[in-house]
Design a protein around this ligand. Structure first.
Ligand code: DX5
Ligand code: ZN
Length: 217
């Protein structure tokens, strides 16, 4: 089953609970939290304090995407803040197998993200043990960027990899997803769809959420 994961990066943080509740009742399945540190990516967002606030606002699972240096140092903090899944970047983590296992030990689902320029082949050896593979369809750092078409090929490769290793992971896509391309991502084999600006920057957040949720059902 396909899942819609609105990213609160594009939400109005001054009314965060309200906006989370709105997407929750309109068809969201997960809440995606984009954590940026100004080092791994050229932007700074928020940390565990805001994740904790999001957790208080919803019963939906919190999907935490760490675009930070040295993520190992903060795994526990994010799990304590309420993260249900934690995704780290292949490009940042040297001992990926160790980090994946640590996330699982802490009781969260473990994901690995790859940037647009990183091949799917770089995660073959850990595919069997991960719960999520996140294909970045923009260069991470900002909401509202244009979708990179080559990502669809990588979604297909990830879906093939799952068959090959008899893996159980979900394939997630993140960046530039809208009502114009969500269907092609679904057809390529995507399971989880992160959407930031095409939900939270819309005039009618509820209608935008419901439309996208319907398009993947
Ligand atoms: C990009 C983030 C995405 C982003 C998605 O660095 O990881 O989650 O917020 O936002 P849109 O849908 O606006 O591209
Ligand atoms: Zn993200």
């Amino acid at each position: 089953m396909a899942l819609l994961a609105p990213s609160i990066l594009s939400a109005d943080l001054s009314i965060l609970s309200q906006q989370i509740r709105l997407v929750e009742i309109s068809g969201a399945d997960w809440i995606h939290c984009d954590i940026m540190d100004g080092h791994f990516v050229p932007n700074i967002t928020f940390g565990p304090v805001v994740v904790k606030a999001a957790n208080k606002s919803t019963k939906l699972p919190l999907d935490v995407h760490l675009m930070i240096e040295n993520p190992d140092k903060y795994l526990e903090d994010f799990v304590n803040a309420g993260a249900d899944s934690i995704t780290v970047h292949q490009e940042e983590v040297i001992h990926l197998d160790r980090t994946i296992n640590r996330i699982k030990e802490l009781g969260a689902k473990a994901g690995v993200a790859i940037n647009p320029s990183t091949p799917v082949s770089t995660i073959t050896e850990i595919a069997e043990i991960v719960d999520l593979i996140l294909i970045m369809s923009v260069n991470p750092g900002f909401g509202g960027q244009s979708f990179i078409n080559n990502s669809l090929k990588k979604v297909k490769q990830a879906a093939t990899l799952r068959k090959e290793v008899r893996g159980k992971f979900l394939v997630e896509i993140d960046g530039g997803i809208s009502n114009k391309n969500i269907k092609s991502a679904l057809d390529a084999g995507c399971d989880v769809f992160v959407v930031g600006s095409s939900i939270f920057k819309e005039k009618n957040i509820s209608a935008a959420t419901a439309e996208l949720a319907n398009m993947i059902k």
